[in-house]
Design a protein around this ligand. Structure first.
Ligand SMILES: Cc1cc2nc3c(=O)[nH]c(=O)nc-3n(C[C@H](O)[C@H](O)[C@H](O)COP(=O)(O)OP(=O)(O)OC[C@H]3O[C@@H](n4cnc5c(N)ncnc54)[C@H](O)[C@@H]3O)c2cc1C
Ligand code: SF4
Length: 438
């Protein structure tokens, strides 16, 4: 089962950056909602939560009904209320933006309703009558958890195999602690598993301890929710020096354990995506005085969210735009990073070399794909390293489905939740005999 989490972790230094809404404030905010017909906020949500409906229920003080509306659409509604980039999803699409008034605080309202449900111990769902069918799920991240919960509602038995000793995937091990800490993500896993009939086997790597052929033989269907692999590397000289790490690997150690940063005066994070932005904010929050983000493109083309960049800069993070690291140097441990500036076509500018000091460097330039385990496994095919699925989450090999980061190249928890649920419906359609081809 799940390994216990140490109480003393680096991530516990962080407070939530968005404060919870209290009941009265939630009701006032809910009453601002225009309950739009054809609501754009619903369309912006990958799990299509009926947002005006759950908000209307808060407005009438029916918190239980509100939470049920949320969880019916998205069983990970508690964590999504905290970790979703609402600014670019539901809140970003609220009609109030066009009226130049503050949009409805949808995420905070969702957090209010789901937190009350957790505090009160309300349970909304029951497992369906046993069908005698068995489904294996690879990985205990959001995609598999959402799939397994839905499969249990249909009455299929589920076994989740997880290679880590902890559950929750990157929702436990990756998400920035000022949004949500690992213990809360794991609490959500327990809450989801309380439907019963989901056997979670941690410390088991599929492809190593159990083969794909074994899974295929022993189960009626398999869901692949393996996410992405280890951090990519630059291949630059000196990258193996002490103090140079992959960002996702470092974030996991920061969230699940205690790091000693007392000797780190200057840190550099290489990359321009959301993992890079999380890492710089985490380093600043943990007291590192000088934090620099080094990104090879211009501000306009970075994949990280603008609102996260603004927050990082207001917290004192420096950014070197259009720059790359070419080598790392130091005595055993990294001390200096050689850099070059790039022009708009990403070509090095002659004579632009410069050196920055850093005692810690994190690479946030992407994560590798975990497709090697499926090499030669006919029918599970890839597009640019991502597992290819149809719009039901079916891979093309009979009985094999997939969803989440391994199929979408790393989106958000809410996408993984939507895709896991979608695959569960396709699996049920086949196992129950309603549909024979997906
Ligand atoms: C640093 C970071 C911060 C993020 N912050 C946010 C955020 O704020 N908001 C947000 O919405 N999203 C965020 N994300 C993205 C989000 O975490 C992912 O989109 C989501 O977790 C994907 O879910 P998943 O189930 O597909 O994969 P994962 O969460 O990666 O879970 C996959 C699981 O499969 C396991 N596994 C892999 N291979 C095997 C195998 N062979 N056998 C058994 N188990 C295996 C892994 O150990 C893992 O537990 C962040 C991601 C990162 C890296
Ligand atoms: S778009 Fe805004 S105002 Fe309209 S239903 Fe959604 S949250 Fe309410």
């Amino acid at each position: 089962m799940n390994a216990p989490l140490p109480t003393n972790r680096s991530e516990t230094a962080f407070e939530d950056f968005k404060l919870p809404l209290l009941r009265d404030a939630a009701i006032v905010e809910a009453n601002r909602c225009l309950f739009c017909h054809d609501a754009p906020c619903i369309k912006a949500c990958p799990t299509a939560i009926d947002i005006p409906q759950f908000i209307r229920k808060i407005a009438t003080d029916n918190i239980r009904g509100s939470a049920k509306t949320i969880f019916e659409a998205n069983i990970l509604g508690m964590s999504c209320a905290r970790v979703c980039p609402v600014e670019v999803l539901c809140v970003g699409s609220c009609v109030y933006n066009d009226l130049e008034q503050p949009p409805i605080a949808i995420g905070r309202l969702q957090r209010f309703a789901t937190d009350v449900a957790y505090e009160q111990g309300w349970k909304f769902f029951q497992a369906g009558a046993d069908t005698g069918k068995r489904v294996a799920l690879i990985g205990a991240g959001p995609a598999s958890l959402a799939a397994a919960h839905e499969l249990r509602r249909f009455g299929h038995a589920c076994t989740i195999f997880e290679k880590r000793t902890t559950v929750g995937g990157l929702n436990s091990a990756g998400v920035a602690p000022y949004k949500m800490k690992a213990d809360r993500a794991m609490n959500e896993v327990d809450w989801i598993l309380s439907i019963g009939g989901i056997d979670v086997r941690t410390g088991i790597t599929i492809g190593e301890h159990i083969s794909l052929a074994d899974l295929e033989r022993d189960f009626d269907a398999v869901f692949i929710g393996v996410g992405l692999g280890v951090d990519s590397t630059l291949g630059a000289p000196g990258e193996s020096l002490e103090g140079v790490h992959g960002a996702v690997e470092w974030i996991e150690r920061m969230k699940l354990g205690m790091l000693d940063l007392s000797k780190i005066g200057r840190a550099m994070v290489i990359g321009g995506g959301n993992t890079a932005l999380d890492a710089v904010r985490e380093l600043r929050g943990l007291g590192v005085a000088n934090v620099t983000m080094l990104y090879r493109g211009r501000r306009e083309v970075m994949s990280g969210y603008v609102h996260e960049l603004a927050a990082a800069q207001s917290e004192g993070v420096a950014v070197e735009w259009q720059s790359v690291a070419t080598a790392f140097a130091g005595e055993g441990r990294v001390q200096r990073v050689s850099c070059l500036r790039l022009d708009d076509a990403k070509r090095p500018i002659a004579g632009s070399a410069f050196t920055l000091e850093a005692d810690l460097v994190l690479m946030a330039i992407g994560q590798s794909k975990l497709n090697a385990m499926f090499a030669g496994f006919h029918g599970v095919e890839f597009d640019h390293g991502q597992i290819r699925v149809n719009h039901h989450g079916f891979t093309g090999r009979k009985g094999w489905y997939a969803g989440g980061d391994c199929t979408n190249d790393g989106k958000e928890v809410v996408n993984a939740a939507a895709e896991g649920k979608r695959a569960a419906h396709a699996i049920d359609a086949v196992l129950s005999g309603a549909h024979h081809h997906a």
